[in-house]
Design a protein around this ligand. Structure first.
Ligand code: GAR
Length: 204
């Protein structure tokens, strides 16, 4: 059997996108990769509990205890190298990685963003804020984007996008849930499978 690409999922919070990846692996939607590691920059992230429940190794890496961003990334790189990780999936990882880190992992980091890039993205646009801004602006369609991560926040090459309608009476919370259900939880596993597949096929 072909080898599977080893995937590390980076999280900061609830981890519903991590759950979508775990479920997709169990259903065989992700078949070219295996989730080998979950890395959180928040100790209390519920995502770490989801990892444990699924039998996946989860680690919390503290920026503070490692003396800041550089130390954090050095510690993370040591763990990723030790585990032989091929692909990093940012799934609700709400911290910006340095250009040094994104260059080391060029074309090997993907991110899910809860809007149709290039709308409502870049520094300061994360989580619920993205949906607040979309509603404030009055757009009628939003969605989600999976893209490669480079040194420009939300600026890397787009892999998949899916549109979601905005409805009368939407609140940021209602819209966030709809974007997750109708777009994020679908396109993130699809994109992860596509990239894992291309990684293992490059090796042949
Ligand atoms: C998701 O909506 C994800 O797209 C967003 O944070 C949420 C995390 O939820 N990410 C960003 O805004 C990145 N800029 P989750 O922890 O339940 O997956």
């Amino acid at each position: 059997m072909e080898r599977k690409a080893k995937v590390a999922v980076f999280v900061s919070g609830g981890g519903t996108n991590l759950q979508a990846l775990i479920d997709a692996q169990q259903k065989g939607i992700i078949k070219s990769g295996e989730i080998s590691l979950v890395v959180s920059n928040k100790k209390s992230a519920f995502a770490l509990e989801r990892a444990e429940k699924a039998g996946i190794k989860g680690v919390f890496v503290s920026k503070k205890e490692n003396g800041g961003q550089e130390g954090f990334e050095r510690a993370v790189n040591e763990i990723l190298d030790a585990e032989g990780i091929d692909l990093i999936v940012l799934a609700g990882f709400l911290s910006i990685l340095s250009p040094g880190f994104t260059r080391k992992w060029e074309n090997r980091i993907i991110n899910i963003h809860p809007s149709l890039i290039p709308s409502f993205c870049g520094e300061g646009f994360y989580g619920l804020t993205v949906h607040e801004k979309a509603l404030e602006y009055g757009v009628k369609v939003t969605g989600a984007t999976v893209h490669f991560v480079n040194e420009i926040p939300d600026g890397g090459k787009i892999i998949l996008q899916k549109a979601v309608d905005i409805q009368d009476g939407d609140t940021p919370e209602i819209l966030q849930r709809r974007v997750m259900e109708q777009a994020e939880w679908i396109i993130l596993p699809e994109a992860a499978e596509m990239i894992c597949n291309s990684i293992i096929n490059q090796e042949e």
